[in-house]
Design a binder for this molecule. Structure first.
Ligand code: UDP
Ligand code: MG
Length: 195
């Protein structure tokens, strides 16, 4: 705990001496400082979505750039892991697509290498993520979206994002165990979202 204090407090010193609006100052979680967990006064943001970097995105070393976009936007990462997907998990994830003609090639693609799957949390994160990712077919995707910037063809569209609140909840339960999702206070939450 002493080590945590000695590292964290100097980092915070610019804020401690700052004369700007106190309401905008980040609040330090007691947990991060090793003290007892206090009840946070930050809004209890519940909306979460599942985003996955597909095997082509991992192979092309796009993981960092994709994570960067979600961090920059102000969303909070609450779960992250890399795994080789099983056909069983995929068939549950894409349960509405199993009868589509492209399903066999989708399975081949999605099992061709590891994926990086994550859960992001924040205001309107489900809809915002879909906009950030862009339409399913990269031919229709605008520059500035992940698919518009990094992909050409619907069969290799780099990234997945849940398409609805219900879908997000279902997918998060499918890919993550409850204990793998962390509840933590983000210091800038009061700056990126009105309380
Ligand atoms: N897909 C495909 N061919 C198609 C439509 C979809 O290969 O004609 C793949 C593509 O990887 C897509 C995934 O199937 O991302 C899931 O399709 P969905 O319609 O759910 O699109 P998404 O939600 O990923 O935009
Ligand atoms: Mg979908």
């Amino acid at each position: 705990m002493l080590l945590q204090r000695s590292i964290l407090l100097p980092l915070l010193s610019p804020w401690r001496g700052h004369s700007t609006n106190k309401a905008l100052m980040p609040r330090l979680s007691a947990t991060l400082l090793g003290g007892p967990r206090s009840k946070s006064s930050l809004p209890d943001v519940k909306e979460r979505t599942l985003v996955a970097v597909k095997p082509d995105g991992v192979q092309r070393r796009l993981v960092g750039q994709i994570i960067c976009r979600f961090e920059q936007r102000g969303f909070k990462l609450v779960g992250l892991k890399m795994l080789q997907v099983s056909e069983e998990l995929l068939s549950q994830h894409y349960c509405q697509l199993t009868q589509k003609p492209f399903y066999p090639s989708l399975v081949q693609y999605m099992t061709s290498g590891p994926v990086v799957v994550m859960v992001w949390e924040g205001h309107n994160v489900v809809q915002a993520s879909r906009v950030m990712v862009g339409p399913t077919n990269p031919s229709a995707a605008q520059a500035g979206t992940v698919r518009g910037d990094f992909s050409l063809h619907v069969s290799r569209n780099v990234v997945h994002a849940s398409d609805s609140l219900e879908g997000a909840e279902r997918e998060i339960h499918l890919w993550f165990q409850g204990k793998e999702l962390l509840k933590w206070d983000c210091w800038d939450q009061a700056i990126t979202c009105e309380e």
